[in-house]
Design a protein around this ligand. Structure first.
Ligand code: DP6
Length: 356
């Protein structure tokens, strides 16, 4: 069946330096976060609108992941679409056919919710404009429209909080902060202008300590902050860390950047360890990697730091100028600690991209 309108968007994952951990109702974060937008770990999603089989208000959706129909993901998406159907009226008027695929394997321990919801939100917001104007859109037109970008980010957030930071080039801030003028709890904003040019060369080599499914979902992790006795202090710490990070990002101060990145990562894991119930999200290899990175940095003076998401994989963060030295070190000392020697080399990139 020939679609009435169609579009394909690609969106990357992102890596948070200041972590979002703890949320209120409607995906409102407890504290501001800041992330770098990645390049190589991305989702590509095409959404086509077709004539509806029946005229009821019920949503009609076919969902294919890696070209295969995926019923579990379809159900999750149906919930999402139901929650936003009043914002995108066309969801009720047409049938939707969605194809989605990730550049990274499903079981690589890399979260795909940020890239997948941001790619999907970009596609929906694009289709909305196409239907309204009855014209094809261009990437340039959409990406230069700040209202459109806000909308993409807002609907990404409703899918998964961290997804709202993915649309933007190089870096993004999400969550109200006294030190970032236009920041908002509702959507992320682009933070490229907050970066010294060296930070645009950020590399992120992801050391896969384990590719197992996450031990605890983000949803449960965030909710555990509600009863955590350190929650209030944590939210203050995130605000303080963001305040101290900004001048470092602007001046190209990798040492302060690295100290804050590591402090945020360790705090995230400590919070999970002291939650009730308690979770240990690192494994023995994660700890060995951290020790090894710190020893190498000390002896070599190479500016290489780490961060962690809510899992055991270690993100090695460093400027492109040190790539050769860091890769030698990673090959020699870290790859043996990775599952099947797996390291995914990623780098800061440009955000969402319209493919078709
Ligand atoms: C540890 O965005 O996955 O990666 O809003 O429930 O989908 P939901 O949570 P999610 O949480 C990500 C948490 C984190 C830190 C971060 O990316 O800021």
């Amino acid at each position: 069946m020939k679609p009435i309108a169609t579009t394909t968007w690609k969106s990357p994952s992102n890596i948070a330096i200041i972590k979002y951990w703890g949320k209120k109702k409607n995906q409102i974060p407890e504290n501001p976060s800041l992330s770098f937008t990645l390049s190589e770990c991305f989702t590509e999603t095409s959404v086509s609108l077709v004539s509806k089989e029946n005229k009821s208000d019920e949503l009609q959706l076919q969902f294919y992941f890696d070209k295969k129909e995926n019923i579990a993901f379809r159900l999750r998406l149906l919930n999402f679409f139901t929650s936003i159907q009043n914002d995108f009226k066309f969801l009720k008027d047409y049938g939707l056919v969605i194809y989605s695929a990730n550049s990274f394997p499903h079981s690589s321990g890399i979260a795909s919710s940020a890239s997948s919801y941001s790619a999907l939100a970009a596609a929906l917001c694009d289709l909305e404009i196409q239907l309204k104007t009855k014209k094809k859109t261009t990437e340039k037109q959409l990406l230069s429209d700040s209202k459109w970008m806000k909308k993409v980010s807002l609907f990404s957030r409703l899918g998964s909080g961290s997804a709202c930071r993915s649309p933007f080039a190089y870096a993004s801030v999400w969550g109200e902060s006294a030190v970032v003028k236009t920041s908002s709890n509702d959507f992320g904003i682009g933070a490229e202008n907050l970066l010294h040019k060296e930070f645009k060369t950020l590399r992120d080599s992801i050391l896969i300590a384990s590719s197992n499914e996450k031990k605890v979902s983000s949803r449960v992790g965030h909710s555990l902050m509600k009863g955590n006795p350190f929650a209030k202090a944590r939210y203050k710490q995130a605000n303080d860390n963001l305040k101290n990070l900004l001048p470092a990002l602007k001046s190209g101060d990798w040492e302060t950047f690295g100290a804050i990145a590591e402090n945020e990562a360790m705090t995230l894991h400590a919070l999970m360890m002291c939650s009730n119930p308690s979770f240990i999200l690192m494994n023995a290899h994660t700890l060995s990697m951290i020790e090894s990175i710190r020893n190498f940095r000390e002896s070599s003076k190479v500016p290489v730091y780490f961060t962690l998401d809510a899992g055991p994989n270690v993100h090695l963060l460093y400027p492109a100028a040190y790539q050769k030295k860091v890769l030698e070190f990673a090959d020699y000392e870290l790859s043996g600690l990775c599952e099947n020697g797996k390291i995914i080399h990623d780098f800061a990139g440009k955000g969402i991209k319209k493919i078709k």
